[in-house]
Design a binder for this molecule. Structure first.
Ligand code: TXA
Ligand code: MG
Length: 345
């Protein structure tokens, strides 16, 4: 579906105005947020929203998040949100948190995929906020990748996937967080975590109890009824076969000797490259999950560029945003894990 000569432009006033005009006219625009790049359209315009699904090749049963740039924009989109939603908004918005709330009648089935709820996010990215204000519309926006590819964390990633499919990408540089927003269902007195992200379980627990949905750490059956349709799809996946490897660095090195071969790569923590028997990709600092989150999707894309056939990844810690790193890796690995506990140092 090559239709456009896709422009990539910096987020200055003139280009933000252009983005706002395109959105008002019912076109789609690529834009940066603090999490990943998104592909936006007017949430109130079904034809515009349909263009998102077409450009991404996204399954129709996967609902979209709606982005706002002020608390005034929230009431028309939702129906009787629990008081807890406002408490969470006060604490974590603007920022990388999406709240699933009962939808109002203004949200169409094409946005919510027929669910009774809608995901709302107020991004902290200044470029994202300016673009929303430029058109004055709530913007439905999934991540700006082709369906099944890793989310884009640079304009170059997004151009790679969307070249010719959309008129414009606003280039705001590298995304700060690097993984998609935390998605929570908000109940009266608690939240349920559907997708971990930059607003961590530990942070949410300062406000209310947090239930962790099974889909965060376990495979869900393709036919199962899931809380979040996105859980069903094999996301974030490079072409290579990815395997998570648990165990010590010494055990990992020994294991890599046994699997070494053409197109085999090791994704290791910074400083662990020396002495690996295969080519390495460094994936952030051990115990510093923010650095891993920031780089993960770029590395998964590099695996494709390098023609990697098999990628073995050191298993990250699961505290803080590490839970989100682990969750994305599990999906990239289609839940393939090797445990090396039996091997001595
Ligand atoms: O950081 C982000 O959230 C990025 C940026 C662009 O804001 N957006 C993003 O959108 O990651 P997307 O569509 O790639 O992922 C949204 C996830 C999907 O897994 C979808 O199934 C889930 O949120 N979701 C959306 N609306 C939902 C709803 N009403 N109920 C349950 N899950 C929902
Ligand atoms: Mg996505």
């Amino acid at each position: 579906m090559e239709k456009w000569k896709t422009q990539v432009l910096p987020p200055d006033d003139e280009n933000i105005r252009l983005a706002g005009e395109l959105l008002t006219q019912g076109e789609v625009v690529g834009f940066p947020t603090e999490t990943v790049y998104g592909l936006a359209a007017n949430a109130y315009n079904p034809d515009a929203v349909a263009k998102i699904f077409a450009a991404k090749g996204r399954p129709q049963d996967n609902p979209l998040i709606v982005h706002i740039a002020s608390m005034d924009m929230l009431p028309p989109l939702v129906d009787n949100p629990p008081a807890l939603a406002f408490k969470l908004a006060e604490k974590f918005w603007p920022g990388p948190m999406t709240m699933i709330l009962p939808r109002s009648e203004r949200i169409g089935d094409e946005v919510s995929a027929g669910l009774a709820t809608v995901g709302i996010r107020f991004p902290s990215s200044q470029s994202a906020q300016k673009m929303i204000r430029a058109c004055g519309l709530p913007l439905a926006a999934p991540s700006g990748n082709l369906s099944g590819h890793p989310s884009p964390t640079t304009a170059a990633h997004m151009l790679h996937d969307m070249d010719g499919r959309i008129p414009l990408i606003i280039d705001g540089g590298e995304c700060q967080v690097g993984l998609e927003s935390t998605v929570i269902q908000v109940k009266e007195d608690r939240v349920r975590l559907l997708r971990p992200g930059g607003i961590t379980v530990e942070m949410l627990e300062e406000i209310c109890p947090v239930e962790i949905d099974d889909g965060v750490l376990h495979a869900v059956d393709a036919n199962a009824k899931v809380a979040s349709p996105g859980m069903k799809y094999r996301h974030y996946a490079p072409i290579a076969e990815v395997t998570i490897v648990e165990g010590s660095l010494a055990a990992f090195r020994k294991y890599m000797e046994s699997v070494a071969g053409d197109g085999v790569y090791a994704m290791v923590f910074d400083g662990e490259e020396d002495g690996m028997p295969v080519s390495t990709l460094a994936f952030g600092q051990m115990g510093q999950p923010e650095t891993q989150a920031h780089r993960l999707f770029d590395l998964l894309r590099q695996c494709d560029d390098l023609g990697a056939k098999k990628v073995f990844v050191r298993s990250p810690d699961q505290h803080g945003i590490g839970l989100a790193v682990y969750n994305r890796l599990l999906r990239a690995a289609a839940f393939r894990i090797v445990k090396l506990d039996g091997l001595s140092e």
